[in-house]
Design a protein around this ligand. Sequence first.
Ligand SMILES: NC(=O)c1ccc[n+]([C@@H]2O[C@H](COP(=O)([O-])OP(=O)(O)OC[C@H]3O[C@@H](n4cnc5c(N)ncnc54)[C@H](O)[C@@H]3O)[C@@H](O)[C@H]2O)c1
Length: 353
Amino acid sequence: MRFFITGGAGFIGSAVVRNIIKNTQDEVVVIDSLTYAGNLESLNSINENNRFHFENVDICDRAELDRVFVQYQPDAVMHLAAESHVDRSIDGPAAFIETNIVGTYKLLESARKYWNGLELDKKQAFRFHHISTDEVYGDLHGTDDLFSETTPYAPSSPYSASKASSDHLVRAWQRTYGLPTIVTNCSNNYGPYHFPEKLIPLIILNALSGKSLPVYGDGSQIRDWLYVEDHARALYKVVTEGVVGETYNIGGHNERKNIDVVKTICQLLEELVPNKPNGLDHYADLITYVKDRPGHDVRYAIDASKIAKELDWTPAETFESGIRKTVEWYLNNETWWQRVLDGSYAGERLGSI
Ligand SMILES: NC(=O)c1ccc[n+]([C@@H]2O[C@H](COP(=O)([O-])OP(=O)(O)OC[C@H]3O[C@@H](n4cnc5c(N)ncnc54)[C@H](O)[C@@H]3O)[C@@H](O)[C@H]2O)c1
Protein backbone atom coordinates (compact mmCIF):
# COMPACT_ATOMS: atom_id res chain seq x y z
CA MET A 1 0.00 0.00 0.00
CA ARG A 2 1.01 3.62 -0.42
CA PHE A 3 0.10 5.88 2.50
CA PHE A 4 -0.15 9.63 2.76
CA ILE A 5 0.80 10.53 6.31
CA THR A 6 -0.04 14.15 7.10
CA GLY A 7 1.92 15.44 10.10
CA GLY A 8 4.46 12.65 9.57
CA ALA A 9 7.30 14.84 10.87
CA GLY A 10 5.54 15.30 14.24
CA PHE A 11 5.66 13.20 17.39
CA ILE A 12 3.04 10.53 16.63
CA GLY A 13 3.25 10.84 12.84
CA SER A 14 6.98 10.07 12.86
CA ALA A 15 6.33 6.97 15.00
CA VAL A 16 3.71 5.85 12.45
CA VAL A 17 6.18 6.39 9.59
CA ARG A 18 9.04 4.56 11.34
CA ASN A 19 6.71 1.65 12.17
CA ILE A 20 5.47 1.30 8.57
CA ILE A 21 8.91 1.56 6.96
CA LYS A 22 10.55 -0.81 9.45
CA ASN A 23 7.81 -3.43 9.81
CA THR A 24 5.98 -3.57 6.47
CA GLN A 25 6.71 -3.37 2.74
CA ASP A 26 4.37 -0.37 2.35
CA GLU A 27 5.30 3.02 0.97
CA VAL A 28 4.94 6.33 2.81
CA VAL A 29 4.56 9.90 1.58
CA VAL A 30 4.85 12.39 4.44
CA ILE A 31 2.80 15.54 3.87
CA ASP A 32 4.02 18.13 6.38
CA SER A 33 4.56 21.89 6.37
CA LEU A 34 7.20 21.66 9.13
CA THR A 35 5.77 24.02 11.72
CA TYR A 36 7.76 24.36 14.97
CA ALA A 37 6.46 20.85 15.86
CA GLY A 38 7.69 19.21 12.65
CA ASN A 39 11.19 17.75 12.83
CA LEU A 40 12.66 15.78 9.93
CA GLU A 41 15.43 14.60 12.28
CA SER A 42 12.81 12.32 13.90
CA LEU A 43 12.85 10.42 10.58
CA ASN A 44 16.63 10.06 10.27
CA SER A 45 16.50 6.31 10.92
CA ILE A 46 14.38 5.66 7.79
CA ASN A 47 14.78 8.63 5.46
CA GLU A 48 17.24 6.84 3.14
CA ASN A 49 14.69 4.11 2.44
CA ASN A 50 13.34 4.24 -1.12
CA ARG A 51 9.80 3.57 0.19
CA PHE A 52 9.92 6.92 2.02
CA HIS A 53 9.00 10.25 0.38
CA PHE A 54 8.58 13.72 1.81
CA GLU A 55 6.49 16.63 0.52
CA ASN A 56 6.66 20.01 2.26
CA VAL A 57 2.97 20.85 1.80
CA ASP A 58 0.56 22.79 4.00
CA ILE A 59 -2.82 21.03 4.32
CA CYS A 60 -4.47 24.45 3.93
CA ASP A 61 -3.03 24.70 0.38
CA ARG A 62 -5.67 23.04 -1.80
CA ALA A 63 -3.72 23.32 -5.07
CA GLU A 64 -0.68 21.61 -3.58
CA LEU A 65 -2.85 18.88 -2.06
CA ASP A 66 -4.44 18.22 -5.45
CA ARG A 67 -0.96 18.02 -6.99
CA VAL A 68 0.34 15.41 -4.54
CA PHE A 69 -2.79 13.23 -4.85
CA VAL A 70 -2.34 13.13 -8.62
CA GLN A 71 1.40 12.60 -8.38
CA TYR A 72 1.45 9.75 -5.82
CA GLN A 73 -2.01 8.08 -6.18
CA PRO A 74 -2.20 6.93 -2.52
CA ASP A 75 -4.26 3.95 -1.29
CA ALA A 76 -4.95 5.58 2.07
CA VAL A 77 -4.56 8.84 3.97
CA MET A 78 -3.62 8.87 7.65
CA HIS A 79 -4.37 12.40 8.79
CA LEU A 80 -2.30 13.48 11.79
CA ALA A 81 -1.31 17.04 10.82
CA ALA A 82 -2.61 19.41 13.47
CA GLU A 83 -1.78 22.09 15.94
CA SER A 84 -1.69 19.93 19.05
CA HIS A 85 -0.66 21.84 22.17
CA VAL A 86 -3.48 22.95 24.52
CA ASP A 87 -1.51 25.83 26.09
CA ARG A 88 -0.68 27.25 22.66
CA SER A 89 -4.37 27.01 21.72
CA ILE A 90 -5.28 29.15 24.73
CA ASP A 91 -2.64 31.78 23.86
CA GLY A 92 -3.41 31.84 20.12
CA PRO A 93 -6.40 29.85 18.82
CA ALA A 94 -6.24 31.11 15.21
CA ALA A 95 -3.70 28.54 13.97
CA PHE A 96 -5.83 25.76 15.49
CA ILE A 97 -8.93 26.89 13.63
CA GLU A 98 -6.92 27.22 10.41
CA THR A 99 -5.05 23.91 10.41
CA ASN A 100 -7.34 21.63 12.41
CA ILE A 101 -10.66 22.75 10.91
CA VAL A 102 -10.01 24.51 7.59
CA GLY A 103 -7.02 22.28 6.79
CA THR A 104 -9.02 19.11 7.46
CA TYR A 105 -11.82 20.44 5.27
CA LYS A 106 -9.38 21.11 2.40
CA LEU A 107 -7.79 17.69 2.80
CA LEU A 108 -11.24 16.04 2.75
CA GLU A 109 -12.20 17.91 -0.41
CA SER A 110 -8.92 17.12 -2.16
CA ALA A 111 -9.20 13.45 -1.12
CA ARG A 112 -12.82 13.33 -2.33
CA LYS A 113 -11.90 14.73 -5.74
CA TYR A 114 -9.10 12.17 -6.12
CA TRP A 115 -11.28 9.31 -4.78
CA ASN A 116 -14.14 10.18 -7.17
CA GLY A 117 -11.76 9.68 -10.09
CA LEU A 118 -10.56 6.22 -9.00
CA GLU A 119 -11.58 2.95 -10.64
CA LEU A 120 -14.16 0.94 -8.69
CA ASP A 121 -11.82 -1.53 -6.95
CA LYS A 122 -9.39 1.22 -5.89
CA LYS A 123 -12.31 3.40 -4.85
CA GLN A 124 -13.71 0.70 -2.59
CA ALA A 125 -10.32 -0.02 -1.04
CA PHE A 126 -9.43 3.65 -0.38
CA ARG A 127 -9.37 4.82 3.27
CA PHE A 128 -9.29 8.25 4.90
CA HIS A 129 -8.22 7.70 8.51
CA HIS A 130 -8.60 10.72 10.77
CA ILE A 131 -6.48 10.64 13.93
CA SER A 132 -8.08 12.48 16.83
CA THR A 133 -7.99 12.81 20.59
CA ASP A 134 -10.06 11.74 23.61
CA GLU A 135 -10.10 15.43 24.60
CA VAL A 136 -13.13 15.89 22.30
CA TYR A 137 -15.22 14.18 25.02
CA GLY A 138 -14.39 16.87 27.61
CA ASP A 139 -13.49 15.46 31.00
CA LEU A 140 -14.68 12.96 33.59
CA HIS A 141 -15.33 13.81 37.22
CA GLY A 142 -16.20 10.37 38.64
CA THR A 143 -13.47 7.83 39.26
CA ASP A 144 -15.01 4.91 37.37
CA ASP A 145 -16.44 6.49 34.20
CA LEU A 146 -14.71 5.89 30.88
CA PHE A 147 -14.94 7.55 27.45
CA SER A 148 -16.51 5.17 24.95
CA GLU A 149 -17.11 5.64 21.22
CA THR A 150 -20.64 6.89 22.00
CA THR A 151 -19.74 9.43 24.70
CA PRO A 152 -21.19 12.83 23.66
CA TYR A 153 -18.70 15.48 22.57
CA ALA A 154 -18.03 18.29 25.10
CA PRO A 155 -14.63 19.81 24.31
CA SER A 156 -13.15 22.33 26.80
CA SER A 157 -10.19 24.03 25.09
CA PRO A 158 -9.74 25.72 21.70
CA TYR A 159 -7.54 22.72 20.79
CA SER A 160 -10.13 20.07 21.64
CA ALA A 161 -12.97 22.13 20.12
CA SER A 162 -11.03 22.37 16.84
CA LYS A 163 -10.36 18.62 16.86
CA ALA A 164 -14.04 17.91 17.66
CA SER A 165 -14.99 20.08 14.72
CA SER A 166 -12.66 18.18 12.38
CA ASP A 167 -14.08 14.83 13.59
CA HIS A 168 -17.59 16.04 12.68
CA LEU A 169 -16.43 17.11 9.22
CA VAL A 170 -14.82 13.71 8.57
CA ARG A 171 -17.96 11.80 9.62
CA ALA A 172 -20.14 14.12 7.53
CA TRP A 173 -17.99 13.50 4.44
CA GLN A 174 -18.53 9.77 4.95
CA ARG A 175 -22.26 10.09 5.48
CA THR A 176 -22.90 12.67 2.77
CA TYR A 177 -20.41 11.77 0.04
CA GLY A 178 -19.61 8.15 0.88
CA LEU A 179 -15.89 8.91 1.35
CA PRO A 180 -14.56 5.80 3.17
CA THR A 181 -13.46 7.37 6.46
CA ILE A 182 -12.53 5.97 9.87
CA VAL A 183 -11.93 8.03 13.03
CA THR A 184 -9.77 7.13 16.03
CA ASN A 185 -9.74 9.00 19.34
CA CYS A 186 -6.71 8.36 21.50
CA SER A 187 -5.55 9.21 25.00
CA ASN A 188 -2.31 11.05 25.90
CA ASN A 189 0.77 9.67 24.16
CA TYR A 190 4.33 9.65 25.45
CA GLY A 191 7.63 8.21 24.27
CA PRO A 192 10.67 8.99 22.08
CA TYR A 193 10.84 12.13 19.90
CA HIS A 194 8.22 13.98 21.99
CA PHE A 195 8.58 17.75 21.66
CA PRO A 196 10.05 19.13 24.91
CA GLU A 197 7.13 21.52 25.59
CA LYS A 198 4.90 18.56 26.59
CA LEU A 199 4.75 17.35 30.21
CA ILE A 200 6.88 14.19 30.21
CA PRO A 201 9.87 15.39 28.12
CA LEU A 202 9.73 18.81 29.81
CA ILE A 203 10.05 17.18 33.25
CA ILE A 204 12.91 14.89 32.13
CA LEU A 205 14.92 17.69 30.53
CA ASN A 206 14.27 20.29 33.25
CA ALA A 207 15.29 17.79 35.94
CA LEU A 208 18.53 16.95 34.12
CA SER A 209 19.49 20.62 34.04
CA GLY A 210 18.34 21.39 37.60
CA LYS A 211 15.44 23.63 36.50
CA SER A 212 12.09 23.71 38.31
CA LEU A 213 9.49 21.04 37.44
CA PRO A 214 6.23 22.96 36.90
CA VAL A 215 3.02 21.15 37.87
CA TYR A 216 -0.37 22.76 37.19
CA GLY A 217 -2.62 23.33 40.24
CA ASP A 218 -2.18 20.52 42.77
CA GLY A 219 -1.20 17.97 40.11
CA SER A 220 -4.31 15.87 40.74
CA GLN A 221 -5.49 15.85 37.08
CA ILE A 222 -5.62 12.31 35.72
CA ARG A 223 -4.48 11.31 32.23
CA ASP A 224 -4.58 7.89 30.57
CA TRP A 225 -1.09 7.36 29.06
CA LEU A 226 -0.28 5.36 25.95
CA TYR A 227 3.23 4.60 24.69
CA VAL A 228 3.50 6.17 21.22
CA GLU A 229 4.70 2.98 19.49
CA ASP A 230 1.61 1.16 20.77
CA HIS A 231 -0.48 3.93 19.23
CA ALA A 232 1.40 3.61 15.91
CA ARG A 233 0.64 -0.15 15.82
CA ALA A 234 -3.02 0.50 16.63
CA LEU A 235 -3.31 3.05 13.83
CA TYR A 236 -1.87 0.62 11.29
CA LYS A 237 -4.41 -2.02 12.39
CA VAL A 238 -7.25 0.46 12.05
CA VAL A 239 -6.30 1.77 8.62
CA THR A 240 -5.75 -1.73 7.21
CA GLU A 241 -8.48 -3.71 9.03
CA GLY A 242 -10.95 -1.19 10.47
CA VAL A 243 -14.54 -0.87 9.26
CA VAL A 244 -15.50 2.20 7.21
CA GLY A 245 -17.66 4.67 9.10
CA GLU A 246 -16.58 3.33 12.49
CA THR A 247 -14.85 5.07 15.39
CA TYR A 248 -12.27 3.32 17.57
CA ASN A 249 -11.09 4.63 20.94
CA ILE A 250 -7.44 3.87 21.68
CA GLY A 251 -6.00 3.95 25.20
CA GLY A 252 -3.36 2.43 27.40
CA HIS A 253 -5.36 1.55 30.55
CA ASN A 254 -2.75 3.59 32.40
CA GLU A 255 -4.44 6.29 34.42
CA ARG A 256 -2.03 8.40 36.43
CA LYS A 257 -2.26 11.70 38.32
CA ASN A 258 0.07 14.29 36.78
CA ILE A 259 1.95 14.64 40.07
CA ASP A 260 2.55 10.86 40.17
CA VAL A 261 3.93 10.94 36.62
CA VAL A 262 6.36 13.66 37.67
CA LYS A 263 7.40 11.74 40.82
CA THR A 264 7.92 8.52 38.80
CA ILE A 265 10.26 10.36 36.42
CA CYS A 266 12.18 11.78 39.40
CA GLN A 267 12.57 8.26 40.87
CA LEU A 268 13.84 6.86 37.56
CA LEU A 269 16.36 9.68 37.27
CA GLU A 270 17.55 9.03 40.86
CA GLU A 271 18.38 5.50 39.67
CA LEU A 272 19.72 6.26 36.17
CA VAL A 273 21.47 9.61 36.76
CA PRO A 274 22.48 9.68 40.43
CA ASN A 275 24.92 12.56 39.80
CA LYS A 276 22.54 15.49 40.12
CA PRO A 277 23.11 19.08 38.93
CA ASN A 278 23.81 22.06 41.24
CA GLY A 279 24.35 20.00 44.40
CA LEU A 280 20.69 18.94 44.38
CA ASP A 281 19.65 16.31 47.01
CA HIS A 282 16.62 14.89 45.21
CA TYR A 283 15.15 15.58 41.74
CA ALA A 284 11.72 15.79 43.41
CA ASP A 285 12.92 18.92 45.28
CA LEU A 286 12.56 20.74 41.93
CA ILE A 287 8.75 20.20 41.82
CA THR A 288 6.99 23.58 41.74
CA TYR A 289 3.20 23.98 41.74
CA VAL A 290 2.06 26.70 39.30
CA LYS A 291 -1.29 28.43 38.66
CA ASP A 292 -3.71 25.98 37.02
CA ARG A 293 -4.44 26.12 33.29
CA PRO A 294 -7.84 27.81 32.52
CA GLY A 295 -10.55 25.24 31.80
CA HIS A 296 -8.19 22.43 32.80
CA ASP A 297 -9.78 19.00 32.31
CA VAL A 298 -9.94 16.90 35.49
CA ARG A 299 -9.71 13.34 34.25
CA TYR A 300 -9.49 11.45 30.95
CA ALA A 301 -9.84 7.68 30.75
CA ILE A 302 -10.51 5.55 27.70
CA ASP A 303 -12.57 2.41 27.26
CA ALA A 304 -10.49 0.68 24.55
CA SER A 305 -12.47 -2.58 24.59
CA LYS A 306 -13.90 -2.14 21.05
CA ILE A 307 -10.51 -2.07 19.30
CA ALA A 308 -9.31 -4.94 21.53
CA LYS A 309 -12.32 -7.08 20.63
CA GLU A 310 -12.82 -6.19 16.98
CA LEU A 311 -9.24 -5.62 15.80
CA ASP A 312 -7.32 -7.64 18.39
CA TRP A 313 -5.16 -4.70 19.49
CA THR A 314 -3.90 -4.19 23.02
CA PRO A 315 -0.92 -2.11 24.17
CA ALA A 316 2.39 -3.93 24.64
CA GLU A 317 3.78 -1.47 27.21
CA THR A 318 2.64 -0.84 30.76
CA PHE A 319 3.20 2.67 32.07
CA GLU A 320 6.17 1.40 34.11
CA SER A 321 7.92 -0.21 31.12
CA GLY A 322 7.07 2.66 28.74
CA ILE A 323 8.18 5.49 31.02
CA ARG A 324 11.48 3.72 31.72
CA LYS A 325 12.08 3.31 27.95
CA THR A 326 11.20 6.98 27.46
CA VAL A 327 13.57 8.31 30.14
CA GLU A 328 16.33 6.06 28.78
CA TRP A 329 15.66 7.31 25.24
CA TYR A 330 16.09 10.95 26.29
CA LEU A 331 19.30 10.05 28.14
CA ASN A 332 20.68 8.32 25.02
CA ASN A 333 19.51 10.86 22.42
CA GLU A 334 20.78 14.18 23.68
CA THR A 335 21.69 15.38 20.17
CA TRP A 336 18.05 15.15 19.08
CA TRP A 337 16.66 17.19 21.97
CA GLN A 338 19.57 19.65 22.23
CA ARG A 339 18.94 20.59 18.61
CA VAL A 340 15.24 21.13 19.42
CA LEU A 341 16.04 23.22 22.50
CA ASP A 342 18.52 25.47 20.65
CA GLY A 343 16.33 25.70 17.53
CA SER A 344 18.93 24.25 15.13
CA TYR A 345 16.62 21.31 14.17
CA ALA A 346 14.58 23.82 12.19
CA GLY A 347 17.48 25.35 10.26
CA GLU A 348 16.53 28.80 9.06
CA ARG A 349 12.84 28.14 8.75
CA LEU A 350 11.62 29.19 12.20
CA GLY A 351 14.30 31.47 13.61
CA SER A 352 15.13 30.54 17.16
CA ILE A 353 12.23 29.20 19.24
N1 LIG B 1 0.09 13.90 21.38
C1 LIG B 1 -0.95 13.27 21.92
O1 LIG B 1 -0.91 12.84 23.08
C2 LIG B 1 -2.19 13.00 21.07
C3 LIG B 1 -3.18 12.16 21.58
C4 LIG B 1 -4.29 11.87 20.78
C5 LIG B 1 -4.40 12.40 19.51
N2 LIG B 1 -3.42 13.22 19.04
C6 LIG B 1 -3.58 13.74 17.66
O2 LIG B 1 -2.58 13.10 16.87
C7 LIG B 1 -2.11 13.98 15.87
C8 LIG B 1 -0.60 14.12 15.97
O3 LIG B 1 -0.25 14.62 17.25
P1 LIG B 1 1.26 14.93 17.64
O4 LIG B 1 1.35 14.95 19.11
O5 LIG B 1 2.15 14.03 16.86
O6 LIG B 1 1.39 16.41 17.08
P2 LIG B 1 2.69 17.27 16.78
O7 LIG B 1 2.35 18.68 17.15
O8 LIG B 1 3.91 16.64 17.37
O9 LIG B 1 2.86 17.16 15.18
C9 LIG B 1 2.02 17.80 14.28
C10 LIG B 1 2.65 17.73 12.90
O10 LIG B 1 1.75 18.35 11.97
C11 LIG B 1 2.48 19.26 11.15
N3 LIG B 1 1.57 20.34 10.75
C12 LIG B 1 0.98 21.26 11.55
N4 LIG B 1 0.23 22.09 10.82
C13 LIG B 1 0.32 21.67 9.53
C14 LIG B 1 -0.26 22.12 8.30
N5 LIG B 1 -1.08 23.18 8.25
N6 LIG B 1 0.04 21.43 7.17
C15 LIG B 1 0.86 20.36 7.20
N7 LIG B 1 1.45 19.91 8.33
C16 LIG B 1 1.17 20.56 9.47
C17 LIG B 1 3.62 19.75 12.03
O11 LIG B 1 4.70 20.26 11.26
C18 LIG B 1 3.99 18.49 12.79
O12 LIG B 1 4.93 17.72 12.06
C19 LIG B 1 -2.85 15.31 16.07
O13 LIG B 1 -3.92 15.36 15.17
C20 LIG B 1 -3.36 15.23 17.50
O14 LIG B 1 -4.56 15.94 17.64
C21 LIG B 1 -2.31 13.54 19.78
